[in-house]
Structures are given as structure tokens and as C-alpha cells.
Design a binder for this molecule. Structure first.
Ligand code: ATP
Ligand code: MG
Length: 386
């Protein structure tokens, strides 16, 4: 008898020619997420099994696996030589001794002469005899004892299915450059795109000395928190103050945010190209603030030549807050440190900016030099969940 963790994979993605690519990537991501722990990972056609781990690490392993995209659910299980009486005995020993239950048998080994329902009835009967606090109900139960009889003479038994993060393995959809602020929305946007298989790189613009060291730390901490799901994030911290000074000095203040956003996008695109990212990701949600109207989005979008993913575009703030609480970024996001956008915030930002005006104002600036200088002073930080 041996302890095992059964890992179920999102089934839809197992079809077609991409199957082996998908499985290899998922395997790599699982191994990375369990860094520092002892285990052996076995891959079969549509499942994985984790074996040879230390009992004392089990809770940690289960919690880390729940954050690996591409895993549908997991079950801590016992692997045992196929012997129906022995299986029934182990169920009595290891599983709850009170409550309402049922037994479900999956018999892949057709050498066994009993049917699945006969085996289930037998095991259920032994469990009922063993404890008078147990009851069987096939439709309305507290737990389902599952017995998976494999072909090669052994079986897996378990009674818990722990739902996991779902989605696709990070990396299978390419790389994306996330504009990461210290706010609530952008970490959620990064999480959602990683869930669709995008490996996340991130860029943060900061306005030292107007924004503090703590404001930067907050962003690093957000990146570390989501890296639990996304894997390690390479974060580019770009100094933004000189660009803001230049805009403030030469352009109308109502266009401050619009022009800042255009700079942010241009720089993000350059970084994206350098890092092999095929898309930019932002936390924008339509109509949330003046810079997120359709017209504003059009004016900022028009400076880049690659897809910009805005996974939150149709989300209400409340929905975004819920996700941020679930992924543990909320408490950090609401810490009251200034963002570079709030520092130079105009009283009446333009709500329907025009591309022609933006171009006109930008012609007063040496945009290429401002961008090159900012990139040269950019700091790269590797953010990893520990
Ligand atoms: P968030 O909660 O993500 O900060 P927000 O509601 O505050 O979003 P804005 O400040 O308008 O909205 O920012 C819109 C998007 O622009 C953010 O989701 C983020 O992707 C990007 N962004 C804003 N500020 C920065 C910054 N300092 N560095 C990098 N990206 C930023
Ligand atoms: Mg913000």
C-alpha cells in the first residue's frame, strides 16, 4: 500500500496532436511548482500520479498543485494491489467512519469477474458492517468512495476530489507582457491570461521620488503572489518621472493621462518584442475611469502593433475584487501607496481624446529619446513565490 496523489487533467485539451506538447509542459510546470520537495511524477495517457513524497509534505503539495493551471482536480489516494477484500478493509481503516456515502467503482481490469456495481455493493457492505454511523445514499451523499481498478494489477482508492485552478498549462499559449500597476485590476488580468496558458512577463512604471520605494515593493509583492499561479515573473521596472515631466511641461494637462498611457504602451511593446511576447495585457475595464472609455482605449491602442489583451474589459469592479480576494492579491492591492498615474492626475482628464491631438502634442516631445532613456534605466527583477 502506497500513498499517491492522483492528478486529473482538463480533458478537452487532451485531444488532437497537441497532446504530448501539452502533457510535457504540464509536467514541467508541476515539477517547477514542487521545487524543493521530494516526489516522483508518473505520466500516463490522461492522468498523472505523484508518488514517493514525504507524508509531512502532503498538505503543501496539495496546496501547490491547486495553483497549477491545466490541472482539473486532484485526489489524495492509496495505491494497493487489486484484492477486493483488502480494498474494502483499507476503506474501513482510512475513510470517514460516519456520514452518508456511496461507492463508485471503475473497473479497467476486465479480468476481474465481478461487475463494477457488484464490487461497489460488496465494499459498501463491508463499510456499513464496520461502522453503524455510516449510511448509504447513491444520490445524496457526503462523500463518494472511489475505487479505480487499473489494468496492471493495482487499484487506486480515494474519497476526495479537490478542485484545482483549471485552464491551460502556462506557456502553451505563448508569452504576454502585463502592464502591472499596484492596483486591484492588473494582477487579476495577469492571473486570467496565465490561466489561458500565457507565460507572464510584467512591466511597472514608477515615478520616483513621487512614488515611494514602498509603492514599488507593493508591485513586487503582487508579482510574487500571482507567480504562485503564473510561475516566475520577470518584472521590468521602468522609471517614468522624466516622461511625466516632459508631458507636463509641453502638453495640455487634460491629455496627461492619455499621453502617459501611450508612452506606457510604446515601452511595453518594445519590452514585449525583446522578450518574445506576442501580446500586451492590461487590467482595463470598459468605462471604469476616464482613461478607459472606448475613445481613450482607441487612442492608447493605436500606438502599438500587436494584440492587446484586456481580460477584464467586461467585468464589474465587484467581480474583479472577488477574484483578487481568491488569489490573495486584494489585501496588498489596497495598501495606500501612490501609483505613477495618480501623482500627475489632472482635475479634468479628457474623456474622448483624439488621436490627431495626441500626435500633435507628442510632436512637441523627443519621444524616442525619452523612451530610450527610460529603457536604459530599467531594472529587471525576478519575482518568485516562496
Ligand atoms: P489597476 O487596478 O490595475 O491599477 P486601475 O483601475 O487603477 O487599474 P488605471 O490606473 O486606469 O486603472 O490603469 C489601467 C491599466 O493600466 C492597469 O490595469 C494597468 O494594466 C496599467 N497601468 C496603470 N498604471 C500602471 C503602472 N504604474 N505601471 C504599469 N501599468 C500600469
Ligand atoms: Mg491603477
Amino acid at each position: 500500500m502506497e500513498k499517491t496523489i492522483l492528478i486529473r487533467i482538463g480533458e478537452i485539451f487532451l485531444k488532437g496532436n497537441n497532446k504530448s506538447f501539452f502533457l510535457a509542459l504540464l509536467k514541467k510546470n508541476i515539477i517547477e511548482s514542487l521545487d524543493g520537495l521530494d516526489f516522483k511524477l508518473i505520466t500516463t495517457n490522461n492522468r498523472m500520479y505523484l508518488e514517493k513524497y514525504n507524508d509531512s509534505d502532503e498538505a503543501e503539495i496539495l496546496s501547490r498543485l491547486q495553483c497549477v493551471f491545466g490541472i482539473h482536480s486532484i485526489s489524495p489516494a492509496v495505491k494497493i494491489a487489486t484484492d477486493i477484500e483488502q480494498i474494502a478493509k483499507v476503506c474501513c481503516e482510512l475513510f470517514p467512519k460516519e456520514g452518508v456515502f456511496r461507492v463508485t467503482v471503475n473497473r479497467a481490469d476486465k479480468r476481474i469477474d465481478k461487475t463494477s456495481s457488484q464490487i461497489a455493493a460488496f465494499i459498501g457492505g463491508v463499510m456499513l458492517k464496520n461502522s453503524n454511523k455510516l449510511k448509504v445514499n447513491l444520490f445524496n451523499y457526503d462523500f463518494d468512495v472511489e475505487v479505480d481498478i487499473r489494468e496492471k494489477g493495482y487499484s487506486y482508492i480515494f474519497y476526495k476530489r479537490i478542485p484545482c485552478a483549471g485552464g491551460l498549462p502556462v506557456g502553451c499559449s505563448g508569452n504576454g507582457m502585463l502592464l502591472l500597476s499596484g492596483g486591484i485590476d492588473s494582477p487579476v488580468a495577469g492571473y486570467l491570461m496565465a490561466k489561458r496558458g500565457v507565460k507572464i512577463y510584467a512591466v511597472h512604471y514608477h515615478s520616483f521620488p513621487y512614488t515611494s520605494e514602498q509603492a514599488k515593493e507593493k508591485v513586487l509583492s503582487l508579482a510574487r503572489t500571482i507567480s504562485r499561479y503564473t510561475g516566475e515573473i520577470e518584472l521590468y521596472v521602468v522609471p517614468f518621472t522624466d516622461i511625466q515631466y516632459a508631458i507636463k511641461e509641453h502638453c495640455p494637462i487634460q491629455y496627461m493621462i492619455t499621453l502617459m498611457r501611450r508612452f506606457m504602451m510604446k515601452i511595453a511593446e518594445k519590452l514585449a518584442k525583446n522578450t518574445g511576447c506576442g501580446a500586451i495585457i492590461t487590467g482595463e475595464s470598459l468605462g471604469q475611469v476616464a482613461s478607459q472609455t472606448m475613445e481613450s482605449i482607441n487612442v492608447t491602442n493605436s500606438v502599438v502593433n500587436m494584440p492587446v489583451f484586456r481580460p477584464l474589459v467586461g467585468f464589474d469592479k465587484q467581480q474583479i475584487v472577488e477574484i483578487s480576494k481568491n488569489i490573495d492579491t486584494y489585501e496588498t492591492s489596497i495598501l495606500p501607496y501612490e501609483d505613477c498615474c495618480t501623482v500627475f492626475l489632472p482635475k479634468n482628464p479628457v474623456i474622448k481624446p483624439k488621436i490627431s491631438y495626441a500626435l500633435d502634442f507628442e510632436s512637441r516631445l523627443d519621444c524616442d529619446k525619452l523612451i530610450a532613456d527610460a529603457l536604459e534605466k530599467t531594472e529587471i527583477v525576478r519575482c518568485h513565490f516562496k
